[in-house]
Design a protein around this ligand. Sequence first.
Ligand SMILES: [Zn+2]
Length: 252
Amino acid sequence: MTSLPSTDTTALLPETAFGPDAVPVAGDRRRHPAPAHLVFFHGPMDCGKSTLALQVDHNQSRQGRHGLLLTQGDRSGNPQISSRVGLRQDAVELTGHIDVRLLVRDRWAAGHRVDYLIVDEAQFLTRDQVGQLAELVDESHVDVYAFGLTTDFRTRLFEGTARLFELADDVQRVQVEVLCWCGLPGLLNARVAGNAMVREGATVVVADTGPAEPGAGADDGAPVRYQVLCRRHHARGQLGPTPTGPGQLALP
Ligand SMILES: [Zn+2]
């Protein structure tokens, strides 16, 4: 693994006590290197992660900082971070083969500033990519804001999520906006084929914008969808009286 070349000769100066609320723009950062941060926001489907991602981008850019938006699993050919409240921003598609450090270095080489990264669908990051993000934070003073699902439909942490739990400076559960049909906060994602909950199958596509893949659980060809449930109803496999309620998007 190669390190990014650092041209920051001030990196060895004593650090000033910058708090996360006093983030200088990049030009100032090189003179007064403040510690950057790796922050991870996580939650179930529909909890507003992408909306928050776009809000963070908006707040950062208003301070004159330049961001790079990354997402995964977008198959539209025109990658975007989009939220259900209608906001959207173009993004760069990040596959598991991409070294995020090289991606950022290429942007710098092309004359673009990158002061921070917004990483949506961060649950799909590989462990190595999370390590690359941490290196960008520590060695290049790039702030990283990652947003992703907590657990898959089997209630197990995603790979990228687990590694972010291990490495992030700050881990925050997104305020839950989605409720189980019973009214309790929805915390877990259920995979549903037909009208039955599925507990086995590949992790594959959990993003509700993606098509179901073969082996995802719809052996009989029934459409696969995802539904957010509270822990008790996830354990019982009870989908509630209205299986087509809000927040339950059918997969194509
Ligand atoms: Zn419930």
